[in-house]
Ligand binder design. Structure first.
Ligand code: ZN
Length: 194
């Protein structure tokens, strides 16, 4: 078992991934795709990510996707050149070769992608250890608290919240409770004044 979250190997990630139900899998894949699209947006000027496909853990035995050059790949990135409209299907390790970006850009790009997998590792690690809100010190969410949709969706799917989502939720609960307290104290003060 890995000592730290975010340090899961591909194989460890796959094993946990297989335990997710269909809705959870779809959600995680959609999140991954969104994060990768944002990285394309931020790091590359000319290329945008149209789709991101995963051939699954048995891709070597049963190749499903290929890079432009014919190499079998697990993750296929379908990208479009914003200026020419040209569409390419590539593997991440060949991004420089097939897009003409600089080695520096490619390095920076891959580093950003790896960070996403650290976040995914965190989510899967928590899922694997039976994560719960109680473990994070949240006994219950006040029923009249308006939880942001993206946090509620994660909870409804039975998936762990990310560190950031958790911080946001904790602050919201804290503000909600202290708001109620200050309202009560406010009323008490008014009673004394009148
Ligand atoms: Zn290639």
């Amino acid at each position: 078992m890995p000592g730290l979250c975010g340090t899961l190997s591909q194989r460890e990630r796959d094993l946990i991934f297989m335990r997710l139900n269909e809705k959870q899998t779809k959600y995680v894949h959609t999140q991954l795709k969104g994060l990768k699209q944002r990285i394309f947006e931020e790091k590359l000027d000319n290329w945008q990510l149209i789709d991101f496909l995963d051939a699954g853990p048995f891709w070597r035995r049963e190749p499903w996707f290929y890079c432009e050059c014919g190499k079998a790949i697990r993750y296929q990135y379908i990208i479009r050149n914003k200026e020419t409209g040209e569409v390419k299907k590539i593997g991440m390790s060949h991004i420089q070769m097939h897009t003409g970006i600089t080695p520096e850009q490619a390095r920076e790009f891959r580093r950003a992608i790896m960070e996403i997998y650290d976040e995914l590792g965190e989510l899967l690690w928590k899922f694997n250890t039976g994560w719960s809100l109680e473990d994070e010190g949240i006994q219950h969410i006040p029923t009249d608290l308006e939880v942001p949709e993206y946090i509620q969706e994660t909870l409804d799917l039975g998936l762990p919240l990310s560190y950031l989502q958790l911080c946001i939720l904790k602050v919201m609960i804290y503000n909600h409770q202290s708001g109620r307290v200050s309202r009560i104290f406010g009323e008490e003060r008014l009673k004394k004044v009148f």
